[in-house]
Write a protein that binds this ligand. Structure first.
Ligand SMILES: Nc1nc2c(c(=O)[nH]1)N[C@H]1C(S)=C(S)[C@@H](COP(=O)(O)OP(=O)(O)OC[C@H]3O[C@@H](n4cnc5c(=O)[nH]c(N)nc54)[C@H](O)[C@@H]3O)O[C@H]1N2
Ligand SMILES: Nc1nc2c(c(=O)[nH]1)N[C@H]1C(S)=C(S)[C@@H](COP(=O)(O)OP(=O)(O)OC[C@H]3O[C@@H](n4cnc5c(=O)[nH]c(N)nc54)[C@H](O)[C@@H]3O)O[C@H]1N2
Ligand code: SF4
Ligand SMILES: [Mo]
Length: 673
């Protein structure tokens, strides 16, 4: 039995170092690596079962060609050469007739490795294809709000929590999505670290907090401004820090904060005025308060305003200057690797951009040229994209030539003309940069993939060769490309490729207080660049007219959140995790269930103008009245009918053109077949 050190490539801020036991080329066990200071020796409940994921009987093991109507899921196995030749021939014909913009191809985040994600995108970059504006289904709104406020910099180091006296988890369920940070937090509680959770439902994390503030969805900007109002009123601002390191607070104080007195904020947020006072006092008197920002508050119409307002709070008290204080959204692109050698090896500087969160619309409506060929790796848009009904309608069109590279026959793959079997991360090697802590790590391949499955990296190279692309990235091995990425990296100058390849976690954390890379070089309460983009230059809160209209038409607002054992759809092929998560549910408050004469466990129809989805009802006061909570995005195989994103709006958030799952309203009734 050999034990191989690898890295967890699932889309997760923790990015665990793993120890993988392998016998005769077969993975026997996956566990945490004690030699990683942050992920500290344990894997989460999902990845602990990755032996089952890797050996799932549901994996695709050969290339498949469609034999039935689109979406019927009828395929015949074919050889790799036949499949790749056919794909390349079709792409060449489409490029000849309509130009390269008629192609859209990408790898998204289900493989977090820089090379396995980057090289697929590099292939389409080099071909001059239309480009996916990635991340809009996830964090582009949050990222845009952070950038407008602090600039493109990473946030507080999670390991600095040892210096904190207050942790505010604002819009994230840390126990579910960032469990290794949660473990660090838990270790600091005996010495007095206070934990406050601000989130609409009683999540796993909220249940473990010292104090949970059940805020009304979409009102976080008002709460943050209310806290600032009290801090200013009570002399709890750090005026010296404000003058030295920030821009525009006087204007905010004069023009915006007077409207956010606690009584009005209470009416907006559904919290008690006394609790807003208490939160402000707790925050304002804390020595080193650490705010962990989640994307939850940004997945709605005015999400950017929310995250921006919260990210400004540590500037008011000067917490950004103190070890253990500040805010963390992402650790960002620390260690300036030259990733362009992988993801933009050649090709035009710019090309038509397609927003991921409106993928269905783009495939159906774009002209000059329309998208005629689609290549999808590491993404299941028929389930996870907003307004998934439009994605499915587009995938069902005969004239769209679709190739899906996936380890499983996902709902998206079932609509493909060709399905290519993908290796899972443990069967690949790659370089990883965490987005939730300051570590870089090289992950080795633990075992070969089953059957004929190939990695994203291999498929990108094979297709590039057939398309006549000559860039070195499409010839070099992973270790050779690693060398290229490090060569162009000033932040990594001290790193040599052999050290990185050894697979030890490498810590590269910023030193000193929080830096800002805005146009002014300061934390911007007032942002001229936002004003130039036609956005409010200062944070504010107003109701959104479209949301107000929908709220008048429908009784319930959708709340989406992370599935604990079934995040998105990547673990759908693990039977034991499906069982542990239980059936796909919709959760209603007892008062909402009673008024509809619904009982726990019965089948219900969650519906709006877009679709009707069949789920199992859970009745729980963990969710507030007026809300329908649907955790995860479970596929049609598991639900009674459909999938939650058939219901979701595909309009953009205010910042970063992000998804707005939670700007969705609906009704829930008994399932009538
Ligand atoms: N187990 C598990 N792990 C995951 C994932 C998963 O689905 N499951 N997803 C992975 C991915 S892709 C990502 S991007 C990260 C996401 O991780 P984070 O960005 O940290 O966000 P989440 O933990 O998903 O939490 C979102 C929370 O916000 C709450 N929320 C919703 N609306 C509001 C609001 O208006 N205000 C406030 N204050 N809170 C609100 C929700 O109830 C939910 O609990 O996690 C990753 N890890
Ligand atoms: N309603 C609602 N919808 C959401 C969200 C929400 O909160 N609410 N969250 C959104 C967020 S934050 C995100 S990030 C997205 C995630 O959405 P997706 O990117 O679709 O994520 P998954 O469903 O986890 O995985 C996609 C596919 O990648 C495949 N895969 C796994 N590993 C590999 C690999 O190494 N190579 C290849 N080629 N394929 C692989 C899996 O089998 C799976 O079919 O969903 C978004 N959708
Ligand atoms: S916590 Fe995240 S990085 Fe760690 S094993 Fe689980 S999914 Fe992977
Ligand atoms: Mo995400």
């Amino acid at each position: 039995m050999a034990t191989i050190r690898s890295v967890c490539a699932h889309d997760c801020p923790d990015q665990c170092s793993l120890r993988v036991d392998v016998e005769n080329g077969r993975i026997q066990r996956v566990r945490g690596d004690p030699d990683h200071p942050f992920t500290a020796g344990f894997a989460c409940g999902k990845t602990h079962q990755d032996t089952e994921l890797v050996h799932s009987p549901e994996r695709v093991t050969t290339p498949l060609r469609r034999t039935g109507p689109k979406g019927a899921g009828r395929f015949t196995p074919v050889g790799w050469d036949e499949a790749l030749d056919a794909i390349a021939a079709r792409w060449r014909a489409i490029i000849d007739e309509s130009g390269p913009l008629a192609l859209l191809g990408y790898a998204y985040s289900a493989h977090g490795g820089i090379m396995n994600r980057g090289l697929v995108n590099g292939l389409f970059h080099a071909l001059g294809a239309s480009r996916l504006e990635a991340g809009t289904v996830c964090d582009s709104c949050a990222a845009a709000a952070w950038h407008a406020t602090l600039g493109p910099v990473g946030g507080a180091d999670p390991e600095s929590i040892v210096h904190s006296d207050l942790l505010v988890s604002w819009g994230c369920d840390l126990v579910t999505t960032n469990v290794h940070f949660w473990a660090k937090i838990a270790a600091e509680r005996p010495r007095g670290l206070q934990v406050v959770v601000i989130e609409p439902r009683r999540s796993r994390t909220a249940k473990l907090a010292d104090w949970h503030l059940p805020i009304r969805i979409g009102t976080d900007a008002a709460l943050a401004l209310g806290v600032m109002h009290v801090l200013a009123r009570d002399g709890l601002c750090d005026r010296r820090y404000l003058a030295l390191r920030t821009l525009g607070f006087e204007r905010l104080e004069a023009e915006v904060l007077p409207r956010f007195e606690p009584r009005r904020v209470a009416a907006i947020t559904g919290l008690a005025a006394a609790d807003i006072e208490r939160l402000a006092a707790l925050y304002g008197n804390a020595r080193a308060p650490f705010i962990r920002l989640g994307t939850g508050m940004t997945r709605l119409a005015r999400g950017g305003q929310a995250l921006r307002a919260v990210a400004l709070l540590p500037g008011v008290t000067g917490a950004y200057a103190r070890p253990g204080g500040g805010a963390l959204l992402f650790t960002g692109n620390f260690c300036d690797l030259d990733t362009a050698v992988v993801n933009a090896p050649s090709g035009p500087a710019d090309a038509r951009r397609i927003n991921h969160s409106q993928l269905g619309r783009a495939l159906l409506e774009l002209r000059d040229p329309p998208i005629r060929a689609l290549f999808v790796a590491a993404n299941n848009p028929a389930v996870t994209c907003p307004d998934a009904g439009k994605v499915r309608e587009a995938l069902g069109r005969e004239e769209l030539f679709t190739v899906v590279h996936d380890p499983f026959l996902s709902i998206t793959a079932r609509h493909a003309d060709y399905v290519l079997p993908a290796a899972l991360y443990l069967e690949t090697e790659d370089l990883y940069r965490s987005y939730g802590s300051y570590y870089l790590q090289y992950g080795a391949r633990a075992a070969p993939p089953p059957g004929e499955a190939r990695s994203n990296f291999q498929v990108a190279q094979a297709l590039a060769a057939r398309m006549g692309l000559a860039d070195p990235a499409f010839r070099l091995t992973e270790p050779e490309l690693l060398r290229e990425m490090l060569r162009g990296a000033p932040g990594a100058a001290a790193l040599d490729a052999d050290t990185v390849r050894s697979g030890r976690p490498i810590r590269i954390a910023p030193v000193g207080e929080q830096s800002f890379r805005t146009p002014s070089g300061k934390l911007e309460f007032h942002s001229q660049s936002l004003a130039d983009d036609g956005l409010p230059p200062m944070p504010d809160w107003h109701p959104d007219p479209e949301e107000t209209r929908d709220a008048a038409r429908w009784p319930l607002r959708l709340l989406t959140g992370p599935g604990f054992f079934q995040p998105h759809s990547v673990y759908a092929g693990v039977a034991s995790l499906r069982a542990r998560e239980g059936p796909p549910v919709c959760v209603l408050h007892p008062a909402e269930a009673k008024s509809r004469d619904l009982r726990d466990g019965q089948l219900v129809r969650a519906a709006n103008d877009r679709a009707a989805v069949g789920l199992v009802l859970r009745v729980s006061d963990d969710v507030p009245p007026g809300v329908a909570f649907v955790p995860g995005q479970r596929g049609d195989d598991e639900t009674v009918f459909g999938s939650v994103n058939l219901l979701c709006a595909d309009r953009y958030s205010d910042f970063g053109e992000g998804a707005t799952y939670q700007s969705t309203w609906l009704e829930v009734a008994a399932w009538a077949g």
